[in-house]
Design a binder for this molecule. Structure first.
Ligand SMILES: [Zn+2]
Length: 150
């Protein structure tokens, strides 16, 4: 009886498993994955990212990585039968006119959503809390990001 219940829940979760990537962002997302793989970074969390799109983030944020966790328990008990983590990346459409800017914001948010990185205190790096667009050498910055998660 219990086994049937679990299978039904897993089947139910599988239905939500459709991903959306905005066509404008798609080549940058693919490039992100290629570079991540080339640096042997773990990209398993990418499977939990259900949507990557332009949308308005809260307040002054240029982008956001939203994480939603859902735990299913057996009714009337505390026994967990499944846990789903759904993530959503949102990039401010107002910066979409400047490809390099939104690529940096996109990579920053994928750093949160895919690499599970937090912000750092190293100015000029991609995961710095207030990202600055006028970096001297973007390739060096991207290299640091993929090599060491900065
Ligand atoms: Zn951030």
């Amino acid at each position: 009886m219990l086994r049937i219940f679990i299978i039904l829940i897993l089947f139910g979760c599988g239905k939500e498993d459709s991903h959306y990537i905005n066509p404008t962002l798609n080549s940058y997302v693919q490039n992100f994955l290629e570079r991540a793989n080339a640096h042997k970074r773990n990209t398993l969390s990418f499977a939990n990212v259900l949507s990557i799109d332009f949308c308005y983030a809260e307040e002054n944020n240029r982008g956001i990585c939203v994480v939603k966790e859902k735990t299913s328990k057996i009714k009337g008990t505390n026994i967990e039968v499944s846990k789903t983590i759904n993530k959503y990346v949102c990039i401010d459409p107002e910066i979409s006119e400047i490809p390099f800017d939104y690529v940096y914001v996109l990579y920053h948010e994928l750093g949160h959503c895919v690499f599970d990185e937090n912000h750092n205190d190293v100015e000029g790096t991609l995961m710095f809390k207030t990202f600055q667009f006028d970096h001297d050498d973007p390739e060096v910055m991207l290299d640091d990001y993929f090599k060491s998660g900065l």
